[in-house]
Ligand binder design. Structure first.
Ligand SMILES: [Fe+2]
Length: 397
């Protein structure tokens, strides 16, 4: 084969000078973070090689809103059960607090299971440590209470219907669960770098609405002493200024979240936040269940990680939330799901048969075929064929 000069590495390299690259300035801008740190150096992360600087002037050395000199006169969100108030708070401040989102009993069940799991993982040599403290991942496999939260089942989370309604409204129906994990904050560790949860979309910034909405389960009281989540109220409005080649200007100070056990914080994927510093000897846990548009790649790869027993008994809603309901623009398998709308319990697009075949070691993929293929090859029990058949029949799960 003759060598074509224009296709060679040397030629392509020579013709790819930095200034010639398409969209380079935008894609490499690292916005919104470039302008955040340039205009607000107090937001720079701590030096993780040194003990934490506990002097004033850095974002983690703060207090709760009602005690903060800058914020105490402002009407920041307070816990409420009223959906209308939640909408107002979320729009204005980028977050809202659901009062008694979990009942006392639900909360107890949640924190007990979580603390036991955290200890168990430590004993099993599986403690997942971060610079802030221990994390417990993939909660769905670690207790029915967590499965219930993902489904917004009111037996696990009494404000389930309110949350679901709010997520349908803010993300559009068809949203799926991005991940559900517990974030620990422990004494002697570091605050998280303040970030927005829809960072993977950066430098694109969705101006009119978030592409991710987080639901933070707070199963124990949190405040400025035990590492209440750091937030900059209203910062989602500053962040969107970095869109269209703009930049984030000076930001107001951060505060610690103050909330009673059972509160659930709904927050905008564009709100600056991060784990706070715990000064007590007891670990502080909150659990973040973030949610994204149905076509987005989820943080947790549920299709592999969810326990087969949970898949077997999962409701259509739970399967959907785990991204196992393919649609034209997401999660298709061998093309199966194209043309589906991605609705709950839609037989076309249900990828559970693939996962079950995979678990049994019986997943047969369609590979190279031709008119010369043998009868044995043409007649193989392709999983795709079975999935199409069961979708046509609308067979029960
Ligand atoms: Fe986050």
């Amino acid at each position: 084969m003759a060598k074509i000069e224009q296709f060679t590495e040397e030629y392509i390299k020579k013709e790819s000078k930095d200034k010639e690259l398409l969209f380079k300035d935008f894609l490499n801008s690292k916005e919104p973070y470039t302008s955040i740190f340039k205009n607000n150096p107090w937001l720079l992360p701590p030096d993780f090689r040194k003990p934490l600087d506990l002097n004033k002037g850095r974002y983690w050395n703060t207090t709760v809103g009602r005690k903060h000199p800058y914020w105490k006169t402002k009407k920041l969100p307070t816990p409420t059960k009223e959906i209308k108030q939640i909408r107002k708070d979320f729009k204005k401040w980028g977050y809202a607090l659901i009062e008694e989102g979990m009942s006392k009993k639900q909360c107890k069940r949640f924190i007990r299971r979580l603390l036991d799991q955290a200890k168990g993982e430590e004993l099993a040599g599986l403690k997942s440590m971060t610079p802030s403290g221990q994390y417990v991942h993939t909660l769905i496999n670690k207790g029915d209470v967590f499965r219930g939260c993902i489904e917004q089942d009111i037996s696990s989370v009494q404000a389930g219907l309110l949350i679901e309604t709010f997520l349908n409204e803010t993300l559009g129906e068809g949203w799926i669960c991005h991940s559900f994990l517990a974030n620990g904050s422990e004494k002697g560790y570091y605050p998280q770098v303040l970030h927005i949860d829809q960072s993977p979309l950066s430098p694109w910034i969705t101006e009119e609405a978030p592409a991710l909405v987080n639901t933070l389960y707070i199963p124990q009281d949190v405040n400025e002493v035990n590492g209440g989540t750091l937030i900059i109220p209203g910062s989602h409005k500053n962040i969107i200024k970095a869109g269209s080649n703009g930049e984030v200007g000076k930001l107001p100070p951060a505060i610690n979240l103050e909330a009673k056990a059972g509160t659930i914080m709904l927050f905008d994927g564009r709100l600056l936040h991060g784990t706070g510093v715990n000064k007590t000897n007891k670990i502080r846990f909150v659990a973040a269940m973030s949610n994204v548009k149905s076509w987005m790649r989820t943080q947790e790869n549920w299709v592999i990680s969810v326990d087969p027993k949970i898949i077997k008994n999962a409701s259509p809603k739970l399967l959907h939330r785990m991204g196992m309901q393919a649609a034209t623009y997401g999660a298709t398998i061998e093309g199966f799901g194209m043309g589906a709308a991605g609705k709950v319990d839609e037989s076309h697009g249900n990828i559970k048969p693939f996962r079950e075949a995979f678990d049994k070691g019986e997943y047969i993929r369609v590979g190279e075929l031709s008119p010369k293929s043998s009868q044995r090859q043409l007649k193989k029990k392709y999983t795709l064929k079975a999935a199409i058949k069961s979708a046509k029949e609308g067979s029960p799960r």
